[in-house]
Design a protein. Structure first.
Length: 167
């Protein structure tokens, strides 16, 4: 009988999310790739340890694609994954920028988008083009918040300048 990941207490969705979180892309059903560098190797090794501690099997190996996908095609997989992430951010930023009602939650929402942009950029190994759009939309929201804050701070000063005047 072949044991399944569930029998070992491993949650495949959890592992899949962790792979996405470190920026890995699937090149085959159960083969994931990251660019070869010390940081990504460490990420894979931590995940490997977690899988093995859960009773599963995994291995980390450095490979060069000989047949099948070209380096350019693998790079395109990485760019497509990050562009999808950036598009999700851009969609959220557009929704915030077109919202009619200004809320006190807007600065917190924009900070959350900025944090997520930073996280995505950290795993954007090849500079996907979607980053520019997401970055400019978030920067626009940040500028709007700064402008609103500036206007709010100026209003009390304007009112105090009228005190003691004769009309």
């Amino acid at each position: 009988k072949k044991a399944t990941a569930e029998e070992f207490g491993l949650d495949r969705v959890k592992i899949w999310r962790r792979l996405q979180g470190i920026g890995a892309v699937a090149v085959k059903n159960t083969v994931y790739a990251l660019p070869a560098n010390a940081e990504t190797q460490e990420d894979f090794e931590w995940l490997l340890k977690e899988i093995v501690e859960g009773g599963g099997e995994a291995m980390v190996c450095e490979a060069r694609l000989v047949d099948g996908l070209s380096d350019g095609q693998v790079r395109a997989l990485f760019d497509a994954a990050r562009d999808e992430d950036y598009e999700g951010l851009a969609k959220e930023a557009r929704a915030l920028s077109t919202a009619q009602d200004e809320t006190d939650e807007l600065p917190a929402q924009v900070r959350r988008l900025r944090k997520r942009l930073t996280e995505i950029a950290a795993i954007d190994f090849f500079g996907a083009t979607g980053r520019l759009t997401a970055e400019s939309l978030i920067a626009g929201l940040e500028a709007r918040i700064a402008e609103d804050k500036e206007m709010t701070e100026e209003q009390p000063r304007a009112a105090t300048s009228l005190i003691g005047r004769v009309w």
